[in-house]
Design a binder for this molecule. Sequence first.
Ligand code: GLC
Ligand code: CA
Length: 554
Amino acid sequence: MKKTWWKESVIYQIYPRSFADSNGDGIGDINGITSKLDYLRNLGIDVIWLSPVYKSPNDDNGYDISDYEAIMDEFGTMEDFDRMLAEAHARGIKIVMDLVVNHTSDEHKWFLESRSSKDNPKRDYYFWREGKDGREPNNWGSWFSGSAWKYDETTDMYYLHLFSPKQPDLNWDNPAVRKDVFDMMTRWCEKGIDGFRMDVISLISKPAGLPDAPLMNELYGDCGCTANGPHVHEYLQEMNRKVLSKYDIMTVGETACVTLEEAKKYANSEGTELNMVFQFEHVGLDGDEQFKWSTRKMPLVPLKENLTKWQNGLDGVAWNSLFFCNHDQPRVVNRLGDPSDEYREVSAKCIATCLHMMQGTPYVYQGEELGMVNYPFRTVKDFNDLESINAYYELTEKMGWDPKEIFPKIANKSRDNARTPMQWDDSPNAGFTTGKPWLAVNPNYTKINAAEQVIREDSVFNYYKKLIELRHTYDIIVYGHYELQMAEDPELYIYTRELDGHKLLVVCNFSDHEREFMPDEEFREGKVLIRNLNNNNILDGILEPYEAYVIYVE
Ligand code: GLC
Ligand code: CA
């Protein structure tokens, strides 16, 4: 297997709005990030993935971009950005930018022109269609509820928006769109950034003729039908030839609805498209039948089966990214661990052990390294995120769900769980801002915060730090071949890794009670690389609740 720096890196995702506010307006910003680079260096991460910082009217918190080459007013200036990049580089930290090019903002100049008349030169930058029988051009539903089409009076036609109406989809079949996007990417690369995380990049090639899709609920067709479309690989190969291959950068595609077979193309080892992709099957396992909203726990056997399929399926032919958390996912301790005082830290460490010992590039989402947990939402008024708000009203008002039944499900899975401000210390607003935070701080910040954890040896923070250090030390953690043990056990996640005759045993008890487990003979003399408890002996054959450890044999 070819060795590269991005396979050996650990990535830290920053959601700038919620990370650190430097000027007291309640909104995180670029200077705030710069002020925390030493914290990240201490944690030991190699790369920052920066969620969008471009100019945006913030309908979807920066994922609706009105100028790809300017910084969002609230976040600072291009000089602030340049300083952050230089300061990060000075600390050996790379910065990967979020690239949101499936769509722009409806306030982007391309769209303003496109919408202005049917014969505008930019008309074909987006998807404009006539209505059908007084209705939308097809049955596609938006990922954010409602139709994926919006009627526009100016020219009496509809435009396509797979996300919010303020996020019109770019028409990638138009070579001029591709050229403009590639040129913009080139300018960022020339500036010295270190790569791109590509937002919903699997959706850029729409099926020819935009046909109706199979229904996803009583109201709309499933616009997941636009994933892995007819020309997506061709367009990414073109992007690779014209931009990516010219720089030593890393790329990760956010590939909604990707399958293993598709991932082998997107992230192929020949390097003709992207370095790796995010797959979402495993974070869908705790969803309800019709949608993601639910209060279920992640079931362990299907989780093992799924992650194992990806570990083995991509081994040697493509490359995995490893994640449970990002700005779209609720906090993993709630999904897979136990947020109670008794088990929060030990379960957070167990989850981290399980993920960080796998093959692939691990991603840590801000606050994950502290074991941050979901927010106690009480009413729909507590939400900021348009996905949660729209879903609540569509499900209750249009589809007749009982608000009492649906609210806890949405609260449990809401993206806002990940977006509450970073908990830096126990001062007011968790040290995130001196003003009023744009989204409420989790009231548990007096207990869960970075200042306390950085100095406490057995904290979740210091455990992540150790996991990252181990990955930087042992090749087997990066490159070793993975093999699942005890596939049917509903509480234990146990696997081995193997490289050049060396072996690693990873043992995680995902239950709140003791389990009997004795490592095989060959591991009993091995070296314990990490362990989330220190009150008993591994060889007593008893796993404590949420116990996790890793043994290495040379
Ligand atoms: C991706 C982003 C998400 C955003 C959506 C539309 O899924 O991660 O936050 O809302 O794309 O850009
Ligand atoms: Ca600010």
